[in-house]
Design a protein around this ligand. Structure first.
Ligand code: AMP
Ligand code: ZN
Ligand code: ZN
Length: 392
């Protein structure tokens, strides 16, 4: 029994040696964009590969979810619990706009794919994936880019993936993870189903088509699996559906409110936690929880930096002190379908023309990629069993 398990492990390991995986994240790739818009390449992927819908982890925000895709851990377990949150031990604020905080490895728990794979002997590369420009455990992927200064255009990123795959045999990465800001940026500015978001999605569709054509033209193109997914979906918001926190709270109760939503409210003193909670519980279109009381299905609220009170508006509602304009956003309950994400995969290990019934959790991408590359995954919240049906 033990011997056969060992043999299987060795077989998987050696299979991974000639195998390559390109994992692409299109930020804000709502599950139904390819149905709503004209996306011939996404349609081709559905016919020649695998089509599925992924549920993000809570909260449905960019940093928490890219790092969940990378580690297979939900945000509550990897520590990046929001795009912006307070570090309770120091009072500092982790936020994307502060490169020192964002670049501090102590906030990034778990074992991201680029390290899991690299540590098992296969070179890895990222093109701007969240966390990969941070020296997590003192290390980066073999090839990576800093998300600062002038960024490569979306087209240049495709060139970069191909350049990496053309490196000589002994230097070539077996895992390439690439990040693209669209269609999230257009979805925010103009709303999910709108002409500019359509254009952005159609541009991404054609860019992905170019990427796949160029991968196929490589001498080892038939050994490359391509996965295209994203971090969360998008829904409409409207300035008439905005609630302002300080309409309900006394300034002396509140130390700070971080992240638009879920809003993370830190009380100025413990005695005010109940005042904040009670005041907001009375407001329509808000769900409010104290630390430790967040419902289990959200998988949230046990991290050491969790706020005293968490507020989650109903989908389409905004809870923020800064006035909003109409457009799109995300961050809501991850079980709501507007937050779900499209998934396509093609290559030697994926079924052809397979549409998966039902969703799977984004934390399963980590064990899936480990399996494709024949490396052992670190302990995680995802499960390979949940996605085995995608494979041949
Ligand atoms: P969100 O507010 O959740 O929509 O965040 C999306 C934003 O995250 C995008 O506009 C990106 O500019 C930003 N972003 C994505 N990756 C990174 C990164 N590695 N470092 C800093 N910011 C990033
Ligand atoms: Zn995002
Ligand atoms: Zn966004």
């Amino acid at each position: 029994m033990l011997l056969s398990a060992l043999w299987l492990a060795v077989a998987a390991w050696s299979a991974g040696r000639d195998s390559y995986t390109v994992l692409v994240s299109l930020d804000g790739l709502r599950w139904d964009y390819a149905e709503a818009f004209d996306t011939p390449f996404f349609d081709r992927l559905a016919m020649q590969g695998v089509k599925a819908v992924v549920t993000p982890s809570f909260p449905s925000k960019t940093f928490p979810n890219h790092y969940s895709l990378a580690t297979g851990l939900v945000p509550d377990h990897h520590g990046i619990i929001a795009n912006k949150f307070k570090i309770r031990s120091s009072g500092k604020v982790f936020t994307l706009s502060d490169s020192t905080m964002r670049g501090d490895p102590q906030y990034y728990g778990g074992d991201p794919l680029w390290l899991t794979v690299k540590h098992q002997g296969l070179p890895t590369a990222t093109v701007y994936w969240v966390g990969s420009d941070v020296a997590i455990k003192g290390e980066h992927p073999d090839y990576w880019r800093s998300y600062s200064g002038e960024l490569m255009s979306l087209e240049q990123r495709v060139d970069e993936v191909i350049r990496l795959l053309r490196l000589p045999d002994d230097q070539r990465p077996h895992l390439v993870m690439a990040y693209f800001e669209e269609p999230d940026a257009s979805g925010h500015s103009h709303g999910p189903i709108s002409a500019p978001t359509r254009q952005a999605m159609e541009r991404m569709d054609s860019l992905m088509s170019v990427l796949w054509t160029r991968i196929q033209a490589l001498p080892f193109g038939s050994e490359v699996n391509l996965i295209i997914t994203g971090d969360h979906g998008m829904t409409w918001v409207n300035h008439e559906r905005q609630l302002f926190p300080m309409d309900y709270l006394k300034p002396e109760w509140v130390d700070q409110i971080d992240n638009d939503f879920p809003a993370l409210i830190y009380a100025s003193q413990a005695q005010y936690i109940d005042s904040i909670y009670t005041a907001l519980r009375a407001v329509d279109h808000l769900r409010v929880w104290r630390r430790g009381e967040v419902p289990a299905y959200l998988n949230y609220g046990t991290d050491k930096n969790m706020a005293d009170v968490m507020v989650l508006p109903d989908v389409g509602w905004v809870f923020d002190q800064t006035p909003w304009t109409d457009g799109g956003t995300h961050g809501y309950d991850h079980t709501l379908s507007d937050m779900w994400v499209a998934f396509r995969a093609i290559g030697p290990d994926f079924k052809q023309g397979y549409t998966r019934a039902g969703t799977f959790r984004n934390v399963c991408v980590y064990p899936l990629v480990c399996h494709l590359l024949g490396v052992a995954p670190s302990p995680c919240d995802g499960s390979l069993d949940e996605v085995l049906d995608l494979l041949r």
